[in-house]
Design a protein around this ligand. Structure first.
Ligand code: NAP
Length: 253
């Protein structure tokens, strides 16, 4: 089993109240990091922070909407006030509205682009300033195979936001490498989380997914977390600007 040691480091994880974000909070805490658990939902953020405290970890729950610059600045200020540094940022918060292009409202388009893409920009900018001053840090963006060569269906805003995250990752990686900060993305396939719950009850959808995935199963949160910890670690010191699939082999481009 892979083990990592982030003792003395601070990981800020957005959208960590459930799903992949919660799994990342647990995994970074188990590896010794202090964790800032962000979510839009105060209850879930606090519940995850309480889980971490129960394991003896140092954690702080901060409710903030990643679409809102003032809230993001306050989120990052809370981490600085508590620990004085931020070593790892995981831009994980995301939403996935389902609608055809002809029926999607402008408001839904704005929510998905603002959460998944603008949120990544705002958090990267706020934390990036701290990391630049520190001369070190790692940023991991949770994108999606939907942002690579894997179109979904009825998710134009989501696919556009995730492709945007992949492009942003490469631009940020080039800029931030000069400061000793590495930026990469992880592109999960279909992972068992609340986000995919409604689709997992659809037998036809499940059969189609499974026929397309060489691993013949959906991914678990624990399939994603080790890659994120690896990218945050010194073992990945020479990995910059990549967008790596975790999808059971579905996409081999
Ligand atoms: P999830 O279970 O729906 O969790 C997403 C979390 O993000 C929720 O706790 C949500 O809070 C939070 N969030 C939403 N908008 C936010 C905002 N504006 N500010 C702060 N937090 C916000 O989703 P997941 O499956 O864990 O997905 C996590 C990331 O992985 C997303 O970026 C997603 O696109 C990506 N991903 C997931 C899959 C998959 O199959 N699950 C595949 C590829 C990529 P609320 O509870 O308040 O909504």
């Amino acid at each position: 089993m892979l083990t990592f040691d982030f003792t003395g480091q601070v990981a800020l994880i957005t959208g960590a109240g459930r799903g992949i974000g919660r799994g990342l909070a647990l995994a970074f805490a188990a590896a010794g990091a202090a964790v800032l658990v962000n979510d839009l939902d105060a209850q879930t953020a606090q519940a995850v922070a309480a889980e971490l405290h129960a394991q003896g970890a140092d954690a702080l729950a901060v409710t903030a909407d990643v679409r809102d610059r003032t809230a993001v600045d306050a989120l990052v200020a809370a981490a600085l006030a508590r620990w004085g540094h931020v070593d790892i940022l995981v831009n994980n918060a995301g939403v996935e509205p389902v609608a055809s292009i002809l029926e999607m409202s402008e408001a839904d388009w704005d929510v998905v682009l603002d959460t998944n893409l603008k949120g990544t920009f705002l958090c990267t900018q706020a934390v990036g300033r701290i990391m630049q001053a520190q001369g070190r840090g790692a940023i991991i963006n949770i994108a999606s195979t939907a942002g690579k060569a894997q179109p979904l269906y009825l998710r134009s805003g989501y696919a556009a936001s995730k492709a945007g995250q992949v492009g942003f990752t490469k631009e940020a990686a080039r800029e931030f490498a000069a400061y000793g900060v590495r930026v990469n993305a992880v592109c999960p396939g279909v992972i068992v989380t609340p986000m995919t719950e409604h689709l997992r009850h659809n037998e036809q959808q499940m059969a189609r997914w499974l026929s397309e995935i060489p691993a013949r199963r959906l991914g678990e949160v624990t399939d994603v977390t080790p890659l994120v910890l690896f990218l945050a670690s010194e073992a990945a010191a020479y990995i910059i600007g990549q967008a790596i699939h975790v999808d059971g082999g579905k996409l081999m481009a």
